[in-house]
Design a protein around this ligand. Structure first.
Ligand code: ZN
Ligand code: ZN
Length: 128
């Protein structure tokens, strides 16, 4: 991996600000709609490119859920998530047990960028 470039372009700064304001774990499309209100000339490709850079710098998280679109999280600290399989809502679970010992158990030689644990189920609105 190349040395991260922590000089933020104005676009990257706005994308990160918008993402950090949300707790909804938005898709790139959701962020595009919000960033466009502040920077009308921004393209969806720019959003994707900058999210990828922020992810590789360890500033944001990517959540792989069983949906077509990747979800993003402005909180880089390890925490767990609950995902509604019906409406797609993702909520945070904090005060999680530290499960980093699992890595020592498996003796992986990977350099870990982040980890996530996602519970899948139905939110209160969708179970009634
Ligand atoms: Zn739901
Ligand atoms: Zn989260």
């Amino acid at each position: 991996m190349t040395q991260p470039n922590l000089r933020f372009t104005p676009q990257r700064k706005v994308i990160l600000e918008e993402l950090q304001q949300l707790t909804s774990h938005p898709t790139a499309d959701d962020l595009y709609e919000r960033v466009r209100k502040r920077m009308p000339k921004v393209s969806l490709g720019t959003i994707y490119r900058n999210l990828d850079i922020l992810y590789h710098q360890g500033i944001i998280q990517k959540l792989h859920v069983a949906e077509s679109q990747m979800r993003f999280d402005g909180n880089p600290d390890p925490h767990f998530h609950v995902h509604c399989i019906q409406c797609g809502r993702i909520a945070d679970i904090f005060n999680c047990p530290d499960i980093s010992f699992v890595l020592n158990e498996v003796k992986s030689d990977f350099t870990i960028m982040d980890y996530s644990l996602i519970f899948h189920g139905k939110c209160p609105g969708c179970s009634s």
